[in-house]
Write a protein that binds this ligand. Structure first.
Ligand code: KAW
Ligand code: ZN
Length: 577
């Protein structure tokens, strides 16, 4: 979380002082495991360990500059004037179905954000790597990974990803088939990649906004939540009340008065702010806040639940010493933030809150629903995996400013099976167009979250005595499930995450199985749909890009040919006469 450079330096002074005091104790030999763990955290001060305060200043200033560029970014379009990412550009990417308009916004955002960050980001990496050496880490990536307290962490996430890949590949093939029907085969490279700007999302990370183009059974039930929300005059406050009601129904505390007074729930009109949603703990057991430029859409309603999930974690571990007031690991905080989304989106729950009139019971509607969920939860997996593959490689020095963008697209092509719709070079810096790069927020936590949230959902539904299939389970109103969840939350980071995992699931490891089980009926259906398809894509990016100008050139050629033909016929006619 960003702070002013002055407060960063003051915090570093405090951390250093505390670490110095703590190291006068032989804490490695402490018999009390919790106390020992606390001391370990006191002495592990990250970047603050550097002996060069200029380095810390540089880190803090560069981060402020980078997020500043991101939050000031504007794209000017002939038809719509100048727009910021939220809500203007996001609205177009979400709703436009014009290849060229989408392309203008996609490229425009990258020109207005990432492209301006390249030198600063290079300096940023240098400064962080230099500072973190003082804490005994080889590079910043190694430091970030240490938060997972698992020596095999890199290998573990790779294994999880490989278990999930077959499901993603089937989803990808189905979506590609349907998008070709919509935009024309000509617009797709031969290599099997899908152009990155067609997914209803600026980063192609979640695809549910183009559900309307992909509905498996148009005749069966599916809902347009955004439309329903507008119809029912949802406003921003109501969205937060709906989320609060869910958490309270499973026995969690209500939001504090300070939350309602101090949060920033709508975008201010008088200044540029960082609109990317976040949740803040002010460490006084009462002042918790959300910062979000909330608008009335389905995506935003889910983000409201996500951010409030972070707050509920804060509320449950507020009794612990400050250094234990964290997630069991960063993936756990994000998992907690998303756990409710699995119940909330079920047709059963949509009916309860009045966003759906009738709960469908037929299998066609079930496939519709599972596809919608997969467009968020499965489509995200390679994206969630690859962001820090890129960053770890940068921190390690395997990737540097001469191949930043090249390596980025290598990963995007290889893992997501998507390709850039226009030529990219090392003048561009496309990683910077995603908030977490300038914001310096690690990303593997979201991959971990998307795996563990299904493990927890399965365990909580068992606790709730659910008898429906996993994807139709809603833990709303179930305090047994809530109590189980609380057992984990209230541990904060006072125990290794394996203990927290055990408290809720009875197991001590991450597992891809619950996610795979959840989507099993959909996987069968997708395989059937893809029987005639060449699933998959080449490992490397396409070497040439089909572009609208090629298409325009194509139609220009056609125009010339037709004109020539007409003229020829015309002259031939006169010749004959
Ligand atoms: C996502 C996207 C859409 C729908 C659901 C989703 N679930 C997860 C994602 C991915 C990711 C994204 O948008 O790419 N989600 C977010 O970035 C949500 C923002 C956040 O809540 O995770 C926020 C990010 C952040 C971190 C630090 C400073 C500023 C923003 N994280 C937190 O607020 C937070 C709170 C407590 C502990 C740790 C992080
Ligand atoms: Zn989050």
């Amino acid at each position: 979380v960003h702070m002013t450079t002055n407060s960063t330096l003051q915090m570093a002074e405090f951390d250093k002082e505390a670490a110095k005091n703590a190291s006068t104790f032989a804490h490695d030999g402490f018999g009390n495991a919790t106390l020992k763990r606390l001391f370990k955290k006191i002495v592990n001060i990250g970047f603050a360990a550097t002996n060069d305060s200029e380095q810390l200043k540089a880190i803090s200033n560069l981060e402020a500059d980078l997020t500043g560029i991101y939050s000031k970014g504007k794209v000017c379009l002939e038809s719509k004037g100048c727009l910021q990412l939220e809500p203007g550009l996001t609205d177009i990417i979400t709703n436009s179905r014009s290849y060229e308009e989408l392309l203008a916004v996609w490229k425009g955002w990258r020109d207005a954000s990432g492209k301006l960050m390249r030198t600063k980001y290079t300096d940023f990496v240098k400064a962080m790597n230099a500072a973190i050496k003082f804490s005994g880490f080889n590079d910043t990536g190694e430091y970030w990974r240490s938060w997972y307290e698992t020596p095999t962490f890199e290998q573990d996430v790779r294994t999880l990803f490989e278990e999930l890949e077959p499901l993603y590949v089937e989803l990808h093939a189905y979506v590609r088939k349907r998008l070709k029907e919509k935009y024309g085969k000509d617009m797709f490279p031969e290599t099997g990649h899908i152009p990155a700007h067609l997914f209803g999302n600026m980063w192609a990370q979640q695809w549910s906004n183009i559900y309307d183009l992909l509905v498996p059974f148009p005749g069966a039930s599916s809902v347009d939540i955004t439309a329903k929300m507008k119809e029912q005059n949802y406003n921003v406050t109501h969205m937060y009340r709906v989320a609060e009601d869910f958490f309270m129904s499973i026995g969690m505390e209500k939001m504090t008065d300070a939350f309602w007074q101090n949060s920033m729930l709508v975008k201010p009109t008088d200044r540029d702010v960082v609109c990317h949603a976040s949740a803040w703990d002010f460490y006084d057991e009462n002042d918790f806040r959300i910062k979000q430029c909330t608008s009335v859409t389905e995506d935003q309603l889910l983000t409201v639940h996500h951010e409030m999930g972070h707050i509920v974690y804060y509320q449950n571990y507020k009794h612990l010493p400050r250094l234990f007031r964290r997630g069991a690991n960063p993936g756990f905080h994000e998992g907690m933030a998303d756990i409710v989304s699995l119940s909330f989106q079920t047709p059963e729950h949509m009916k309860v809150i009045g966003l759906l009139d009738e709960v469908p019971q037929d299998s066609d509607s079930d496939i519709n629903f599972l596809l919608k969920m997969a467009l968020d939860k499965v489509a995200f997996l390679p994206f969630g995996y690859l962001i820090d593959q890129w960053r770890w490689s940068v921190f390690r020095g395997d990737t540097n400013s001469s191949n930043y963008n090249q390596h980025w697209w290598d990963l995007r092509c290889r893992f997501q099976g998507i390709s850039s719709p226009v030529k990219r070079t090392e003048e561009d810096f496309d990683p910077g167009a995603k908030y977490h790069i300038p914001g310096n927020t690690p990303y593997i936590r979201y991959f971990v979250s998307f795996v563990v949230q299904f493990q927890w959902h399965e365990a909580l539904c068992r606790e709730a005595g659910n008898t429906r299939p996993l994807h139709r389970c809603d833990i709303y109103n179930n305090t047994n499930a809530g109590n189980k969840l609380r057992e984990m939350l209230r541990m904060g980071s006072s125990k290794p995450w394996q203990d927290a995992m055990e408290a809720i699931t009875g197991q001590r490891t991450m597992s891809a199985k619950p996610l795979v089980n959840y989507f099993d009926p959909l996987l069968k259906w997708l395989k059937e749909q893809n029987k005639e398809e060449n699933t998959g894509w080449s490992a490397s990016c396409p070497s040439s890009i089909p572009t609208p100008s090629a298409l325009a050139a194509g139609s220009a050629n056609l125009f010339i040919s037709i004109t020539c033909f007409v003229l020829c016929v015309f002259f031939a006619f006169f010749q004959i006469r």
